[in-house]
Design a binder for this molecule. Structure first.
Ligand SMILES: Cc1ncc(COP(=O)(O)O)c(C=O)c1O
Length: 396
């Protein structure tokens, strides 16, 4: 008899974390690895946030269990932030603080889905969504997109994929892994379509502050009156404030859904660590200027990596407009000789890249889209240039 249940045995390990772990292990063994694998900013957490956490460590009020839904001051700060950035008015009772946005996503699917319920997910997708949907007993229905539509799906595609089992649409803009950002008009159309068809929208807005060029961030919920009654907003401090290790995320939605998700979380993890919650209050209290500085740094790197990758013959790139990822097509290199080896898949190509030039990148297979490679540009400027120079030489 197998020791692991069928349900859990069917989960794949996180491919993005696996690439990162391999790069870190190689680095620890003395190899000069440059990693474009990590989905986390390379900056330190801001001083004011760290200071708030130090103070919180000294206050015995934080040594005890607190409410599962989150400290009321943090939930109020999340409500204020959501009003400021999206113009949406929620009550703190509509917020559940979670261990990172990842837990908010898992809670949301577990709360909304019955066995067999279908969730529309456009691919390429962030590697966690389908696993989380499957764990909740749901079925992912993938909507394939590619560079010809800037990795965005259309109403026609959504309508074609809709069945009487369609419960929800997973919507993410800016996107991981493509950096694609939907226009206000497209968002509005998709939101209206969901509202008219009684489909829940789960909107992952974790990269909301990181948009560039002409792109503007909107929350799909704010564009369609009434959609707030069938939507869950996912967000957190990990990406904007360089706080991936602090594990603070949240979900916002109708009271009944949030209460049910809180009941679930009360049996899983109870409250999120109080010190991290106090740190998140400090982060959300920072002015928009501090965020702007971080956004500008990413923007410079985006411009650099886009231009360097586009200059490699055979690499075909769409200019990303958000997050900190770029997702070029590498199809031209499949089946060709590279340093005496032939890669037939992008997974194999990434192996060759790591082994030959010590550059870590994540294959499109991890995002349900073979033929592409994801580069995260959340790494230092010099490393970025050195890494792409190495790649340029390898692929020449
Ligand atoms: C699209 C997206 N949503 C959610 C998350 C999870 O973030 P957190 O660190 O808050 O769990 C990530 C992390 O990579 C992500 O890329």
């Amino acid at each position: 008899m197998s020791s692991v249940s069928r349900r859990i045995a069917s989960i794949s390990p996180s491919a993005t974390l696996a690439v990162d772990a391999k790069a870190k292990a190689l680095k620890a063994s003395g190899v000069d690895v440059i990693s474009f694998g990590a989905g986390e900013p390379d900056f330190p957490t801001p001083d004011a946030v760290v200071e708030a956490a130090i103070q919180a460590c000294k206050d015995p009020v934080n040594y005890r269990y607190s409410s599962t839904s989150g400290l009321v001051e943090l939930r109020q700060a999340i409500v204020d932030k959501t009003r400021r950035d999206c113009g949406l008015g929620y009550d703190p009772s509509q917020v559940l603080v979670t261990n990172g946005a990842k837990q908010a996503i898992a809670n949301t699917f577990a709360t909304l889905l019955d066995p067999g319920d279908e969730v529309l997910v456009s691919s390429p997708y962030w590697t966690t969504y389908p696993e989380s949907i499957a764990l909740a007993g749901g079925v992912s229905v993938f909507i394939p997109t590619d560079e010809t539509t800037n990795f965005q799906c259309s109403i026609e595609q959504l309508e074609k994929a809709r069945t009487d089992r369609t419960k929800a649409l997973l919507f993410v803009s800016p996107s991981n892994p493509t950096g694609s950002v939907y226009s206000k008009d497209s968002m509005e159309q998709i939101g209206k379509w969901a509202l008219d068809n009684g489909i829940w929208v789960i909107t992952d807005e974790i990269y909301g502050h990181l948009v560039y060029g002409q792109a503007k961030q909107h929350s799909i919920v704010s564009l369609v009156p009434g959609l707030e009654d069938q939507s869950v907003i996912i967000n957190g401090v990990s990406k904007t404030y360089a706080m991936t290790g602090w594990r603070i995320g949240w979900m916002i939605g109708p009271k009944q859904v949030i209460q049910a998700a809180t009941n679930l979380q009360s049996h899983e993890t109870s409250n999120v660590a109080n010190v991290s919650q106090r740190a998140a209050i400090a982060a959300l209290g920072m002015d928009l200027e501090s965020i702007e500085k971080i956004r500008n740094i990413f923007d410079q790197r985006r411009i650099k990596i886009y231009s360097m990758l586009s200059n490699i013959e055979g690499v075909s790139c769409v200019e990303p407009q958000g997050a900190f990822y770029i997702f070029p097509s590498m199809k031209n290199f499949l089946g060709k000789q590279i340093k005496g080896k032939v890669a037939n898949t992008t997974s194999e190509l990434c192996e060759i890249i790591l082994n030959e030039i010590a550059v870590a990148v994540t294959p499109g297979e991890a995002f349900g889209t073979p033929g592409y490679i994801r580069f995260s540009y959340a790494l230092g400027d010099e490393e970025l240039v050195e890494g792409i120079n190495r790649l340029t030489t390898l692929l020449a």
